[in-house]
Design a protein around this ligand. Structure first.
Ligand SMILES: *Cc1c(COP(=O)(O)O)cnc(C)c1O
Length: 469
């Protein structure tokens, strides 16, 4: 399997070459040359596999330059049940006859991003050790990416992490989780701005190719292909748990921000997994919902990005969206580049004449959830089932309920546990979310963080004085 750029300017590369890169050299995103397909007989054979075994099957389709024996070892370490709370790996948790949560948030940072990041940490260390190389990870986070990356990479040999986060935009729990890490290879930079400002700085620095190669910069934010590939695994896993025959379809509802999680669902669907609908849920920052409803894509600037009570979805320029549009344009890099140029020139593009394709061929539908919806959904699910869900998952449940179809199980991806967003839980049900035992003292730990204005140059100077090369 080789990887090319959505914009056509990169010669085909194996997995371990693109693993350590952020954007492709031409400013595009790395994508596999084609999607492998998985037939019904193979799906049936996969029913009895454990999570790490299934991960080997799916990931080996995308990673042909790491041996199967090594992949076995890496997935065993990443998906060791001891790292995850609860009895089973990625359980399906039924809320009613038709609707279930997919329990993706039982990892070290209580968010679904651990599912991909734990694998990434393993495969990073493996490839770096093989090459006797070092890397300086530069990333932006609105909360969960940062902590998941830091927990996956803390103490790893050959890796430094420089993580930008928007000041005052994360929950107290998220801040405590990230800023309490004392590992010397972890650097938290809190930026005076919103998430998109952080992401723009990362893009600007990574776009400076001289700086990028001199300081061996890499990325683990949601454009990292290994993360997308690792996320594909749990769509297969959830489908295998929700069905008992290979023709049965399910729909997935996905609380979305940077379009990484649901992109993995799109890929699973392209590979032949019987997915009926991909239900995209946004909060008040509804750029993606608008696109799938109207066909018009109009990303917004940071001044029009609202701070909401599902903060990990406060994104108005979804960094993975280009990968979907590349597929939608028949995987034609010229066409993609033209559309992206139009976007840069005019601030939008318009596929309103192809809405049927978006909905029927690609299976996408979308909906919005507001603060009031979040509170009432948390309250109702709690009252009806005794299950407490976090605000992001609540956005997913709210929109999932608007797209139920007879006979089609609806699986809502649980993207975080409620303990991470207790302020909103308290507002919804009048009591705080329970904190897992091993994290009750988190808030008391000393925090280690550097404050900075939203300027790329300040970040570059910091990297120069703290990176290893
Ligand atoms: C990252 C995140 C999302 C959004 O996922 P994307 O892959 O960026 O679309 C939703 N909910 C939570 C809790 C997250 O951490």
């Amino acid at each position: 399997m080789k990887y090319v750029s959505t914009r056509g300017g990169m010669s085909p590369q194996p997995f371990s070459e693109i693993l350590l890169e952020g954007l492709a050299p031409d400013g595009g995103l790395a994508v596999p040359e084609s999607y492998p397909s998985v037939d019904a007989a193979t799906l049936e054979q996969w029913r009895s596999l454990s999570y790490d075994e299934l991960a080997v099957e799916v990931l080996s389709l995308y990673i042909s330059d790491v041996s199967r024996a090594d992949l076995n070892r890496l997935t065993k370490a990443a998906y060791d049940p001891a790292l995850y709370v609860g009895e089973t790996m990625v359980p399906l948790k039924p809320l009613n006859k038709q609707l279930s949560l997919v329990g993706l948030s039982q990892g070290p940072t209580l968010a679904f991003k651990d599912m991909a990041m734990q694998f990434l940490g393993q495969v990073f260390e493996f490839v770096l050790t093989q090459r006797n190389a070092t890397i300086n990870i530069l990333g932006a986070t609105s909360g969960d990416t940062g902590s998941a990356a830091e927990y996956a990479l803390k103490g790893k040999k050959g890796v430094n992490v420089f993580m930008l986060s928007p000041q005052g935009r994360m929950s107290a729990f998220q801040r405590a989780q990230m800023y309490s890490l004392q590992d010397q290879n972890i650097h938290n930079l809190t930026i005076k701005g919103v998430f998109d400002d952080c992401q723009d700085i990362v893009k600007q620095i990574a776009g400076d190719l001289g700086f990028k190669s001199q300081w061996r910069l890499g990325a683990v934010n949601s454009i990292n292909w290994a993360r997308i590939a690792a996320q594909v695994v749990y769509y297969f896993w959830a489908w295998l748990r929700a069905t008992n025959e290979s023709s049965q379809q399910v729909s997935f509802a996905v609380p979305s921000g940077n379009f990484g999680n649901i992109l993995a669902g799109h890929i699973a669907r392209q590979m032949g997994l019987p997915i009926r609908k991909l239900v995209l849920a946004t909060n008040e920052n509804n750029v993606l919902e608008e696109f799938f409803r109207t066909g018009i894509y109009r990303p917004r600037g940071s001044e029009h990005t609202y701070a909401t009570s599902s903060p990990s979805m406060d994104i108005s320029k979804a960094s993975n969206f280009e990968r979907f549009i590349y597929d939608f344009l028949g995987r034609d890099p010229q066409a993609l580049s033209a559309v992206w140029k139009q976007l840069a020139d005019t601030g939008q593009f318009d596929f309103s004449d192809r809405l049927d394709e978006l909905h029927d061929t690609y299976g996408f539908v979308a909906g919005v959830s507001t603060h009031a919806d979040r509170l009432s959904t948390i309250r109702k699910v709690w009252a009806d089932t005794g299950v407490l869900i976090d605000p992001h998952t609540a956005d997913g449940v709210k929109v999932a309920n608007e797209h139920l179809e007879p006979g089609i199980p609806m699986l809502v991806l649980e993207t975080a546990l409620p303990a991470k967003f207790s302020e909103t839980i308290e507002e919804a049900i009048g009591e705080p979310a329970p904190v897992p035992d091993h994290l009750t003292h988190l808030a008391d730990l000393p925090q280690r963080v550097i404050e900075m204005d939203a300027e790329a140059e300040l970040v570059m100077n910091y990297i120069k004085s703290h990176a290893s090369i």
